[in-house]
Structures are given as structure tokens and as C-alpha cells.
Ligand binder design. Sequence first.
Ligand code: OSB
Ligand code: MG
Length: 369
Amino acid sequence: MIIKEVTMRKMKMSLKDPFTTSFGTFQDKDFLLLEAKDELGNTGWGESVAFHSPWYSEETLETNLHMIKDFLLPLVLGKEIGHPDEVNELFSAIRRNNMAKSTIEGAIWDLYAKRNKLTLAEALGGKQEKIEVGISIGIDEDMDRLVETVRGFIEEGYKRIKVKIKPGFDVEVMRELRRNFPDVPMMADANSAYTLEDVDLLKQLDEFNLTMIEQPLASDDIIDHATLQKQLETPICLDESIHSLEDTRKAVELGSTKIINIKIGRVGGLTESKKIHDYCMEHGIPVWCGGMLESGIGRAHNVALTTLPNFILPGDTAGSSRYWEQDIISPEVIVEDGYITVPTGYGIGYEPDLEAIDQFTVETMHFKA
Ligand code: OSB
Ligand code: MG
């Protein structure tokens, strides 16, 4: 296939409710959408998961725009591409900027699957027809309201509850949630809010039988996490620290992590996600699919990836209605009894809703081979 044309849009959507993590609060969601067209007129869609500000990672919407426009698109436009796995190689001279790379690579995977009359899940080698999902819940200092929020999502069927924690909002919060929901699979995500000086505090979390604690220490660390894991019963799951298969191998060899959260954007795309998945499967490390408050386009890629066999733990891929009054795909992603049924249409399997997309578009850019 030859990528002849690319349309990029700057989008602005608004979350239904603010979402708070240890590093900040999200309300607006600004992001990039990319549509790639081949020489036969097939199209594929990708979403950049970079946020407006560099809090979760160093990438932002604007750095992604710059990288895509000035460095990455020139490497793919007009080139003959046999398989999306080749995109990674075309980008190999460019260091990092994984979310920018993944935006293009994701669109090319969707395009490739459509062109070959496959679902994206099939193109990736995924077999599961439905996937199990959990939900991520932001920091809310009003404990009664937090308990009710959790109760509501459990009643909706979500299979696992993840709660954001930070210093001063941790042990007592988990104790109260465990008291209210003794049997629900539960985990905590610290988004790098602690250091090794907090070992005694983090050890207190062992009492609550959490499925895992996600990224307790620095976002660029894999050494201290290994030290911490030796002192914790609760499995550590790395998120921010993992950008590649190589990072995964080192963290697993060091004993820094027992579970991996795979985010397609963070690791540079679906090809690298698959490699990490395969490595973890060989090494008995379960994986799950993280979320970045995606619109339906990014969410659809997450659903397809999660059909691979080592996605054993429920992901953060909640339904469209978790964050959006109106999503930009049709039908929206629906969660029933904690499961998403994998769509059977070609490519990502959900239709981009062009009217809704136009409604949230701030700027449109066109590129040609
Ligand atoms: O650490 O997984 C994270 C949201 C924004 C930034 C980082 C994270 C999150 C979430 C929510 O936990 C994931 C989602 O529901 O899309
Ligand atoms: Mg996380």
C-alpha cells in the first residue's frame, strides 16, 4: 500500500466530569486525530494519546504535531508499505516521540486491516471475541461520594476497580473501599507519587489484597521499583517506566514488575505492543491495556489489541459513556456486564462519526505524497 494523503485534525472535547490523578486534573481533552488514505482510496484512523500538557509524559499535542508534520510523515508519504510492522523500521532513525509515531502507525494498521478485509483484531492475531474491562477512578477527597462512584461502576458490571492514589490519599482510602467492597478486584495507581522513603506506608497497602499497585515510584525508574517489590507482597505493575520491549525485558529481569500495563501510544504503536505482549507471555507476566482518556478512535485500537491471549487482566478500556456525552464513533463502545464485544467490521470496526468529528475539530491540516 502507498500512503497518498493524510488529514490531521486538532480536536477539543470535554470530559463529562473532571478526572484527577496525583499529577493533575483533566477536564478538557485536546488531542490529534489522523486519517491516512492509500492509493485505492481506503482510509485508516489513528489517535494521538499525548495530552495538552507534559504531566504524564514529555510528549504533548503540540510536540506530536511538530514531529508528525516535520519528521514522521515525510518518512511514510508515498512509500510502498507491505505491512504495518515496517512503519516502526521507517521511524527507527527518530528517537522516542512514541505517541507521535503511534498516531501514524495506528492509522496504517487500520488501513491495512480494511484493505485486506480483516478486523484489526484479526490483523494483530487476536482471538478473543469479547474482552473483560475494568475502570479507572480519579482522586475524589469526598470519601462518601467516592464510595458511591465505585458502587455505581460495580453495579454497571465493571470487573475491576482502579483508584488513583497520592500521598495523603492512600491507605485510609483503600481501607474504606475494601470495607465497603470486600470481594471486588481492586488496585491502586500512584502515577509516580512516591519514593523509597515511603516503603513503610506502601507496605500497609498489602493488607487490602490489591491485584496490583501501578507505578508507585518515579516515571523513569526501574531500579527502585525492584527494591520496593522485594519488600511488598502486592505485585507492582509498571506504566510510565515502560516505553519499549527493551524496557520490558530489563524491568522483568530486574524484578521491578510482575505485571505490565501496555499503552499503545506510550510504547510507539501496535507492533511494539504486540512484541511486549509476546515477551510477557513467554515469561509468565500478565498484561492489560491501559487508557489515556481516549476518544472512540483510540479506544477501538485498545479493544483490538486486548484480543491477544496474554491480556489476562481487565483493562482500563471503559465504555464511551465513561468520559463522553457524545463519542466520535458509531456505534459507541458499549460495556455490558463488564465485557466489550469486539466489533466484526473491518479495521477498527467502529465507523468514525464524521459529523461529530467536525463538531469537535478546531483545525484541519492536509498532507499529500
Ligand atoms: O496512569 O493510567 C494512567 C489517565 C490519564 C493519565 C494516566 C492514566 C490515566 C488513567 C485513566 O488511569 C485511563 C482511562 O480511563 O482512559
Ligand atoms: Mg497508570
